[in-house]
Design a protein around this ligand. Structure first.
Ligand SMILES: [Zn+2]
Length: 273
């Protein structure tokens, strides 16, 4: 092996060229290290999702839930169609999509578990305001799942077998704090698959980029994304800052980076009819 190849492999965290644990993120082509089977993580997520449904109060606002499902199914369809059109494998082929609306106005957050299990808290609706805003947040969360960020993180040995207590210590007690201030009784459960822990900056940026693409393909006006981030930033100054901001630590130039991507993405990824 020559030196150049060696460095290349090291950069990916792979030790041998035949190692199948190396793959790359669709569209961005970033190489990632995945040693834990996706199916294991999806199965775990699916079980946790059932527990969340039992423990949290689900909203009976059927209209909003239908709106969420409608936006979600457009995004689902667009992702599959896009990869099909490029003759590439559909990264969501083994997803089992599901959507819930959790009745908690205090929690301004949303997440998508590995395998496509999505939750929106009623509190974030004040931030998203309209369908385009909701599509922006959903596109971003779905992008984390499509890019298999949890699989990647778990493969780095951080998560699956780590108890909540340890994660809580590592995050300076942030989980307990969220628990107390929002009355979310499932924070501990969610931390088991890292939903309440921030992804790293590279993954966040990648979710921003892919999220814009997915929303655009689904026919939404992605210019609203910038407005959603501005509303988040504004709310972050209040005494009840959005959980979205603690699980999505934002760099000063995040909004600028997103704005710079928008025009190109609108042209390059038009709606899939
Ligand atoms: Zn994110």
């Amino acid at each position: 092996m020559n030196r150049r190849n060696f460095i290349y492999l090291l950069g990916c965290g792979c030790l041998s060229a035949g190692f199948t644990s190396c793959s790359s993120v669709p569209i961005t082509d970033r190489r990632q290290f995945k040693i834990i089977p996706e199916a294991n993580i999806n199965a775990k997520a699916s079980k946790l999702y059932e527990k969340i449904k039992e423990k949290e109060k689900l909203s009976n606002d059927i209209n909003t839930l239908n709106k969420i499902k409608n936006i979600g199914s457009k995004i689902e369809y667009s992702i599959s169609e896009y990869f099909l059109s490029k003759n590439n494998p559909d990264p969501t082929a083994n997803f089992n999509w599901e959507y819930i609306l959790i009745d908690n106005d205090k929690v301004k957050n949303a997440w998508c578990m590995p395998g496509g299990k999505i939750a929106i808290y009623t509190g974030i609706l004040k931030m998203t305001k309209n369908d385009n805003g909701l599509a922006a947040v959903m596109g971003h969360e779905i992008a984390h799942a499509v890019a298999k960020h949890s699989v990647e993180r778990a493969s780095r040995g951080v998560l699956l077998n780590t108890g909540t207590a340890i994660i809580d210590i590592a995050t300076g007690g942030k989980i307990s704090q969220v628990n107390r201030s929002t009355g979310m009784n499932t924070v501990g459960l969610l931390s088991q698959i890292g939903i309440m822990n921030p992804f790293n900056r590279k993954q966040e940026s990648e979710a921003d980029y892919l999220g814009l693409i997915f929303s655009s393909l689904a026919g939404y006006d992605i210019r609203e994304t910038v407005k959603v981030w501005e509303r988040m930033k504004e709310a972050n100054k209040g005494k009840e800052p959005p959980e979205f901001m603690s699980t999505h630590p934002s760099s000063a130039n995040r909004i600028n980076t997103i704005s710079e991507w928008i025009n190109e993405i609108i042209i390059k990824y038009p709606p899939i009819a």
